[in-house]
Design a protein around this ligand. Structure first.
Ligand SMILES: O=C(O)CCC(=O)C(=O)O
Ligand SMILES: [Fe+2]
Length: 307
């Protein structure tokens, strides 16, 4: 596996203002980048666990709760707990228990809106909000908590506020070597257990990992479809901002930022029909024509698994 550092841009040195024009240039470039000196740290330096308890005292949270710091969405080695008092959650996180907050909207069907949902926190921050923001999510993790490798279908700014966080990204062009199951990968704990993953998943050797450690004040741009996993090096608070860059009509209703664009859903339906049509033929014809039409074996097995 080749490993490269994610490019950093010092906004103050380069006298860059984050505005929609600058954001469009990042989207167009389509590469991950870390913006530093974003001047968003004004008041968050005093976000100790005690201070956060005070600021969030009226909040009840929906959290991930488990026993293994390497969270795995596919095997669900955690459960969800609702109406969790923020003070309990924060104390448990600070003492290293396996708890993770990915904030949800005020009601189950609402998109997370950090500014509105956590006004006592957001007033301490100077977060920029792209014009076409989809949702803004508060993420709190204990030391050493690692999130599974996955991609999202929206572009994303991940702002690190408290603690350091290691990040590992892959270009979507590496998808064939990432052992995908839907939008998640079978490779779990890539940051904590890279060696074991390379032994078990040898195609990883053919990928290029984009790595860095985010420090408070850093903002990581994760382009849509780039695979990512993160590991908190300390008690960590981050906020991520999902935003849209395709035409509005291409996005369906999506609470989590990972629904495929509508043209992809449309294409999948057509493909399904194509597979059903070809399956009327005897096996020799099927194999020949699947190959000729460029339908991969992976599509066929997906089709076999679907109801
Ligand atoms: O660092 C985390 O907690 C996960 C970040 C993430 O997956 C995202 O911002 O999309
Ligand atoms: Fe993500």
């Amino acid at each position: 596996m080749k490993s490269v550092r994610i490019r950093r841009i010092n906004l103050q040195q380069k006298e860059i203002n984050i505005n929609d024009e600058f954001i469009s240039s990042l989207v167009e470039e389509g590469q991950p980048v870390i913006l530093e000196n974003t001047e968003n740290l004004d008041m968050t330096e005093n976000w100790t666990v005690e201070k956060l308890c005070e600021k969030m005292k009226d909040c009840n949270l929906s959290i991930h709760k488990g026993g293994n710091l390497t969270l795995d969405f596919r095997t669900k080695n955690f459960e969800y707990a609702n109406k969790y008092p923020a003070a309990d959650f924060l104390c448990e996180v600070a003492s290293g228990k396996v708890r993770y907050l990915r904030s949800t909207g005020a009601r189950r069907k609402d998109l997370p809106d950090f500014e509105k949902d956590y006004p006592t926190l957001s007033s301490d921050l100077n977060l920029f909000k792209p014009e076409r923001t989809h949702s803004q999510i508060l993420r709190i993790s204990p030391k050493d908590l690692e999130i599974w490798l996955h991609y999202d279908t929206l572009d994303n700014f991940l702002t690190q506020t408290v603690g350091e966080k290691e990040v590992l990204l892959f270009n979507p062009k590496d998808a064939a070597n990432l052992y995908l199951d839907g939008d998640k990968s079978e490779c779990i704990g890539l940051i904590s257990n890279l060696k074991e993953n390379l032994e078990r998943f040898p195609k990883l050797f053919q990928t290029t990992a984009f790595r860095e450690v985010l420090k408070p004040g850093d903002v990581l741009f994760i382009p849509a479809l780039w695979f990512h996993c993160t590991k908190a090096n300390n008690f960590s608070v981050s906020i991520n901002t999902f935003f849209k860059s395709l035409p509005d009509k291409m996005y369906g209703k999506d609470l989590y930022g990972n629904r495929d664009p509508l043209p992809v859903e449309d294409a999948a339906k057509h493909l399904q029909k194509a597979i059903i049509a070809l399956k009327q033929l005897p096996p020799t014809y099927q194999h020949f024509y699947f190959h000729k039409l460029g339908i991969s074996a992976a599509c066929l097995s997906d089709n076999n698994n679907s109801k």
